[in-house]
Ligand binder design. Structure first.
Ligand SMILES: *Cc1c(COP(=O)(O)O)cnc(C)c1O
Length: 424
């Protein structure tokens, strides 16, 4: 038996292994690891949940700062105190009564991820991913992105002193391109989708020995994103809602929340008999591979040929973890719903003018998915429905809705503009 140094004994990590989400093959969590060596599936972080349960009761959270690091026993750092942080989390969860009335949902709640650093929930994944990469001694991170992951990893990379190389479709909203560059990342544009960007990163990573932070190719991004699930459970007083609607690109947030709820039950922070929510994946009609696979009863999606939607975060033609997403949707009695860009834009306006929330197109798609399922009777009027607005609309200036401001003279100000609060 080896004698542990006091430093190691103090290490707070409860991580036991990395485990393939497809075939169960394990990998060493103390080394840099990407995909499963046996089947190239995504690796998931596993914890000694019994030891967490016996050392940390739920009340360890009392008095801890309101950031995602309050759940440190269930996060993958050796030294949580040295996390790379921009003060991420906890995001607000609240009722939307006006929009709820329009959509026919009496208990409609938003979890607004637009208030995180870099304006999207990608900050959660980057906080955990960059922090762990720094512990592993990484000096350069590379990733393909539909946009927001690039800016989040660029920001946390800047904070950590790690170089970040970002490759994104040339169609990525310009604000996001410039935002990435503002954090000092090297930003490259490609003609094509995130899949084309991914192929370029794969080649460069092999050649230069950079750390590949592509979605689900490293195991820690999902650990950050699962904190959405921890927060939701805690904010609801350690119970879960009837339905969770999540705008799904790579599906990381959805897989993360599912994992989070399993872990919370295993450590006894959620009662064993706690309600299990139905998960709903919202996708854009112009890129809906998971909706298609769900409908056709398939276990895995096929690459969507030409992704086109204003919801940049949903332009993922083939998600590495789609088989996990489909398993979760079916296993929870949930659904997958596609939303047209037209409806996305209408919904952005309805949320903004009705509730004062500047939703991103992805979030707006999730609200419309809830509406469609309510119309179809799959969601009941009194179901408690939590919709994730995954980012702020401020990053999508080209898509912001509302009547264009009109230049006027001193005597021209007229009363109320008809219909300016939007229709659903
Ligand atoms: C990346 C992104 C999504 C999709 O997230 P996944 O967890 O990869 O499915 C949704 N909304 C926004 C704003 C995003 O940036």
């Amino acid at each position: 038996m080896t004698v542990r140094s006091p430093r190691e004994a103090d290490a707070r990590s409860f991580v036991t292994r990395l485990e393939c989400g497809r075939c169960g093959t394990t990998a060493d969590p103390t080394k840099e690891a990407h995909l499963c060596a046996a089947c190239a599936g995504p690796l998931l972080v596993r914890y000694d949940l019994e030891r967490v349960a016996s050392t940390a009761r739920r009340d360890v959270l009392d008095g801890r700062p309101q950031t995602l690091w309050r759940y440190r026993e269930l996060l993958p750092l050796d030294e949580p105190a040295r996390a790379v942080s921009l003060g991420e989390g906890v995001t607000p969860l609240y009722q939307l009564p006006t929009l709820g009335r329009k959509l026919g949902l009496r208990r409609l709640l938003i979890k607004d991820e637009g208030l995180l650093p870099t304006g999207t929930f990608k900050a959660r994944g980057a906080a955990a991913g960059v922090s762990r990469a720094r512990e592993l001694g990484v000096t350069t991170i590379a990733l393909p992105t539909a946009g927001n992951a690039g800016s989040a990893w660029a920001a946390y990379g800047a904070r950590a002193g790690i170089d970040v190389v970002v490759v994104m479709p040339a169609s990525t909203p310009e604000v996001i391109q410039r935002e990435c560059a503002s954090y000092g990342a090297r930003v490259y544009l490609v003609d094509g989708s995130i899949a084309d960007a991914g192929a370029i990163v794969k080649r460069a990573v092999a050649e230069h020995g950079w750390y590949d932070a592509s979605t689900l190719k490293e195991p820690y991004r999902i650990e950050g994103k699962k904190t959405m699930g921890f927060e939701l459970a805690e904010q609801l007083g350690w119970r879960l809602p009837d339905v969770i609607v999540y705008p799904t690109g790579g599906g990381v947030g959805l897989i993360g929340m599912w994992k989070a709820f399993d872990e919370l039950r295993a450590v006894g922070w959620l009662p064993a008999g706690a309600k299990r929510p139905r998960f709903v994946a919202a996708q854009a009609a112009g890129c809906a591979p998971i909706v298609k696979a769900f409908r056709e009863g398939k276990d895995e999606g096929e690459a969507w040929p030409d992704p086109k939607t204003v919801a940049a975060g949903l332009r993922v033609p083939k998600a590495l973890g789609d088989f996990l997403v489909l398993r979760i949707l079916r296993g929870s009695g949930g659904a997958a719903v596609e939303v047209s860009d037209e409806r996305i834009l209408e919904m952005m306006k309805a949320i903004g003018a009705g509730e004062g929330v500047l939703a991103c197109p992805e979030g707006a798609a999730a609200f419309d998915a809830a509406y469609q399922l309510r119309q179809a009777g799959a969601i009941r009027e009194d179901d408690e429905v939590v919709v994730f607005n995954t980012g702020t609309g401020m990053k999508y200036v080209e898509q912001l809705q509302g009547d264009p401001p009109r230049r006027i003279r001193a005597d021209e100000l007229v009363p109320c503009v008809e219909g300016s609060r939007g229709t659903v």
